[in-house]
Design a protein around this ligand. Structure first.
Ligand SMILES: Nc1nc2c(ncn2[C@@H]2O[C@H](COP(=O)(O)OP(=O)(O)OP(=O)(O)O)[C@@H](O)[C@H]2O)c(=O)[nH]1
Ligand SMILES: [Mg+2]
Length: 198
């Protein structure tokens, strides 16, 4: 029998990525679009509990909402696997975010330009937690289009944070965003180790 030489075994890095954003911005949609395993979902019917708290007028057809988390996995290359954790978007479930982000290296904050005001607190949250993030503008059909520069100005996002436009329903588009998150995570790690070794 051939023995396995450990120095020849492939080294696979796995990384935890948070998919965050306000109510109904497309988090569950994105995880479902890219995951290579059947995503774990915790959807429940939308109830009247959120009326007046979460803006439900922009998504009148949305019948369910995430009540705990989404979980999916995507292999970006032979040696890099991302584990995706989608947060619940309704305000009353935000207390779970602190547990969900534990051990994560990076996040993708999805923004719906029709409800930009919901995104301020999401951006604030990740800044306060010092968890690096990129911003993905989910272009809903018929929605107002803004450039990444306009969104950067509107949400006061620092120049170093990548902002891109996506269609959360499209696998290639969502995958492209996750590649950017992984690159950004690597850039952050490299920058940190440079500071530490200085
Ligand atoms: N037109 C359009 N619709 C989208 C897009 N992404 C998501 N949707 C729709 O928008 C709705 C919201 O999607 P979800 O993925 O459930 O949103 P979520 O952020 O997980 O919502 P919560 O978990 O409730 O916060 C669904 O009806 C999707 O089909 C998009 O890029 N374009
Ligand atoms: Mg969801």
């Amino acid at each position: 029998m051939d023995s396995v030489r450990f120095d020849e075994a492939p080294r696979i890095a796995s990384t935890k990525i948070i998919v965050a954003g306000g109510f109904g911005v497309g988090k569950t949609t994105l995880v479902g679009a890219v995951s290579e395993i059947v995503p774990l979902r915790t959807e429940a019917l939308v109830t009247t509990e959120s009326v007046g708290i979460d803006d439900m007028d922009s998504t009148p057809d949305k019948a369910t909402t995430t009540v705990a988390m989404d979980f999916g996995r995507i292999t970006l290359s032979n040696d890099l696997v991302l584990y995706l954790f989608g947060t619940p978007g309704q305000r009353r479930f935000w207390f779970m975010w602190d547990d969900l982000i534990r051990g994560a290296v990076d996040a993708i904050v999805i923004v719906d330009t029709g409800r930009l005001e919901d995104s301020f607190s999401v951006v604030d949250y990740f800044e306060a937690k010092k968890l690096p993030f990129i911003v993905a503008i989910n272009e809903f059909d018929g929605g107002q289009r803004y450039t990444p520069d306009q969104i950067r100005e509107a949400l006061a996002i620092s120049p170093g944070i990548p902002i891109m436009t996506i269609d959360a329903r499209e696998r290639e588009s969502a995958k492209h965003a996750l590649i950017r998150v992984a690159e950004f995570a690597l850039e952050q790690l490299t920058a940190t180790s440079r500071i530490e070794s200085a």
